[in-house]
Write a protein that binds this ligand. Structure first.
Ligand SMILES: *Cc1c(COP(=O)(O)O)cnc(C)c1O
Length: 361
């Protein structure tokens, strides 16, 4: 039996038919842009995130870009980002003509507190990334940023559902960026994302940018573009949100099982804090020096794994910059993500564990 890293078509038949019914209803109603489904998604998401403004968008990368635009990040401005993250985080900075300044991570892949040493006159913002679903210590980071008059944009793309001191990931900084890419914990059946902010002015700017700068139909105040969330995705997300807590419980139970069994193996470094509330168990990432060997072994056994991410951003062609980035580099060499998702069965997880244990025998 093969165990895929993630197979989205394995969702429950009952969930599938609920999504099909919702799609059927959309066909009957004929509203394919904006409309009630998007408005209700906004309200539903706010139930999870708390009081503030939620701007539905086309994807998480748009969310990051429009956050930077709303904060008036300009060419030449510097924005500090961790060296290990999905490419979007730094990509949007460069697309705006601003400069991503990379900082190393801690041993879990989260932005190092050393970032404060990179602040200078040109620095405008810092983007903490809640990598793998584990939150950066936002209380500490926001305090440091405030002392230096810097904006905080939270890349919460992987962390929907996590919270720290009762405050949700994505609601700590000036703007939080979310992605509902299909593989995320709250994943659409296509592309979708959102920004969260408590600042009314920023919410207004992001909303304008995302909709051609229109304040109302045919009245364009600023230069904008189309970054709106697709109505169909909002429809699907409204359905999927009802299962979010249940799916989270499944993820946490799987994470616990992995921790219980794998803690016996000394060679493996485990994500020990994954069961805490400041972690949404998006990915179960182990670190092991014989990573490639283990991955190949599991591949042969039919077990799918993934690497998040094989290359640090400063080493990539579009960013190419010098630096050690010791922790980030080590994680990129040693990390391996194990199957963990609501569609993974207990038998499949047993098989993953059995194969890992047999590798060390
Ligand atoms: C998924 C992701 C994004 C981008 O989201 P998209 O919806 O794919 O554009 C940004 N940052 C991180 C850390 C992500 O994991």
């Amino acid at each position: 039996m093969k165990v895929p890293f993630l197979d989205l078509k394995k969702m429950d038949d009952s969930l599938k038919s609920e999504l099909q019914i919702a799609f059927g209803k959309a066909l009957d109603e004929g509203v394919f842009s904006g409309g009630n489904p998007v408005n209700s998604l906004v309200e539903n998401l706010k139930q999870f995130l708390g009081a503030g403004h939620l701007i539905p968008l086309g994807n998480g990368t748009d969310a990051l870009e429009l956050a930077l635009r709303a904060l008036a990040i300009e060419p030449g401005d510097e924005v500090i980002v961790p060296a290990l993250t999905w490419v979007s985080t730094a990509e949007v900075i460069k697309l705006l003509g601003a400069v991503p300044v990379f900082v190393d991570t801690d041993s879990d892949g989260l932005i190092s507190s050393e970032w404060v040493n990179l602040v200078n006159q040109k620095t405008k913002a810092v983007i903490p990334v809640h990598l793998y679903g584990k939150m950066v210590d936002m209380e500490a980071l926001c305090k440091e940023a405030k002392n230096r008059n810097l904006f905080v944009i939270e890349d919460a793309a992987q962390a929907f559902g996590a919270s720290q001191k009762g405050k949700a990931a994505g609601t700590w900084g000036e703007v939080g960026a979310f992605s509902f890419y299909p593989t995320k914990n709250l994943g659409a059946l296509g592309e979708a994302g959102a920004c969260f902010t408590k600042d009314e002015g920023l919410a207004r700017m992001i909303t304008l940018f995302a909709n051609h700068g229109q304040i109302k139909r045919d009245e364009h105040l600023i230069l904008g573009r189309n970054a709106r969330m697709d109505t169909l995705q909002a429809i699907f997300l409204n359905v999927l949100l009802k299962y979010f807590n249940e799916f989270q419980a499944t993820r946490k139970a799987q994470a616990k099982k992995y921790l219980d069994v794998l803690s016996e193996i000394e060679e493996i470094v485990l994500p020990k804090e994954i069961l805490r509330e400041n972690h949404n168990a998006h990915l179960f990432v182990i670190q092991i020096e014989r990573r490639d060997e283990l991955k190949e072994y599991l591949d042969l056994k039919g077990i799918g794994t993934a690497i998040h991410y094989p290359e640090i951003l400063p080493d990539m062609l579009p960013f190419a910059c010098e630096g050690q980035f010791e922790n980030a580099r080590k994680i990129s060499q040693n990390c391996l993500s194990l199957p963990l998702n609501p569609y993974l069965s207990p038998i499949e997880q047993e098989q993953v564990l059995g194969s890992i244990v047999s590798f060390f025998k």
